[in-house]
Design a protein around this ligand. Structure first.
Ligand code: ZN
Length: 391
């Protein structure tokens, strides 16, 4: 696995001006991407942009370049900047390589929307990687040992032993995982991950409780470690990733040593803080490790369900935020570049960037000394500063 230190992609931006100059660098792949991001079919977009379906198809296939006023109309319909359609190709992750959970529950439209959001994230991370030295990936592959052993091996390789993982997002980032938020309006997409050019990506639904988001992150780590190099697919992979996540966050020996004996729900709610997991997850793990009888476990689950703990986490912990994105946006802000301006550089709608970092970056006040017109000539910090990540 190597991390690209130089990027060949051009960052020059084009725009359509008010003249009648022909658009000669229209990128049909980006029309397809923006349409899928908006969850529109070709005929829906054609109707909304007052185009014939045949014309739209010809534009998406690259058979004909749309005239400038058509580009502007389509861009307005999709609420994407016109410049977005003039940029180089996007290296989209392939559907087959993405660890969507419960594939059957997701519509193709939702899957397309999520993948196209991920494509925008890869653009953002490429842009960031041109300016900052990001941690090199050190996520091992353990496809053959089973989820419990895989979790123990990753813990050993990362020097964790039986220790509690204080902040899983920070830990993953230190090992080169690029994390983004999936602040989608639908609950069907929990989280997903994929590899791209040797770099692991994880997308988290940050609308969930802090504990569930953390468990999702561990689940996706399981896929990265066990499956995305080729392995079981479907339900078996899901069960394995879930077992990996529980074993990674609640190591066997630490749970055996520290979990309460014959616990009440109140005991579980207190004890779960030790591992920063949901009350349900701790009870499940204790049952797996035979620390609860089937009868004890069932009584606890019934009681927790009655109290609504399946959807609302009691005694919720603090959400884990991204150190990489936090530091990058703080450094950029210090240079006078706000997230809105980063979105403009990438020619993506501002709310797309906001969604990618939602819940992962604590919004920072503008850096002192930067005034409204103080956009610097050069936005790239000198050299490529590496981000010092601490636990
Ligand atoms: Zn999964």
């Amino acid at each position: 696995m190597t991390f690209p230190t130089t990027m060949s992609r051009s960052t020059s931006t084009c725009h359509v001006d008010d003249t009648d100059a022909p658009v000669d660098s229209f990128n049909p792949g980006r029309l397809d991407l923006a349409r899928r991001r908006r969850g529109l079919t070709k005929s829906q977009l054609a109707a909304r942009s007052q185009l014939s379906s045949r014309s739209l198809l010809a534009y998406e296939r690259g058979e004909t370049d749309p005239p400038p006023d058509t580009v502007e109309r389509v861009a307005a319909t999709l609420a994407f900047p016109t410049a977005f359609f003039m940029r180089p190709d996007v290296d989209e992750p392939s559907v087959d390589g993405v660890s969507f959970r419960a594939r059957s529950a997701m519509t193709a439209r939702q899957r397309d929307q999520a993948i196209s959001a991920a494509s925008l994230a890869t653009e953002l991370i490429d842009w960031i990687a041109e300016r900052f030295e990001l941690p090199a990936p050190t996520v091992p592959a353990h496809p053959d040992v089973g989820p419990e052993a895989a979790a123990e091996q990753v813990r050993a390789e990362w020097g964790l032993g039986q220790q509690r993982v204080a902040n899983l997002v920070h830990l993953l980032e230190r090992h080169g995982v690029r994390l983004f938020s999936l602040a989608e309006e639908y609950a069907e997409v929990d989280a997903f991950s994929f590899w791209r050019d040797g770099i692991p990506y994880v997308f988290l639904n940050t609308m969930k409780s802090a504990e569930r988001s953390r468990m999702d992150a561990a689940h996706e780590l399981g896929h990265l470690v066990m499956h995305l190099w080729g392995g079981p697919d479907g339900r078996e992979a899901e069960t394995d990733a879930q077992t990996f996540a529980a074993a990674f966050l609640m190591p066997r020996r630490s749970v055996i040593a520290d979990a309460p004996q014959s616990p009440s729900v109140a005991h579980i709610v207190r004890a779960k803080k030790r591992w920063n997991v949901s009350a349900m997850a701790l009870a499940h793990r204790m049952r797996t490790l035979d620390l609860l009888t089937e009868w004890q476990a069932r009584s606890l689950f019934i009681e927790m369900s009655k109290r609504g703990y399946r959807t609302r986490e009691p005694n919720e912990g603090e959400r884990e935020t991204s150190q990489v994105l936090g530091k990058v946006f703080a450094a950029l802000r210090h240079e006078g570049l706000s997230p809105a301006e980063v979105a403009r550089e990438l020619a993506i709608p501002k709310d797309e960037l906001t969604k990618l970092i939602f819940g992962l970056v604590v919004s920072a006040a503008p850096a002192p000394g930067v005034n409204a017109t103080g956009r610097p000539q050069s936005i790239a910090p000198r050299g490529k500063p590496s981000l010092r990540l601490v636990d």
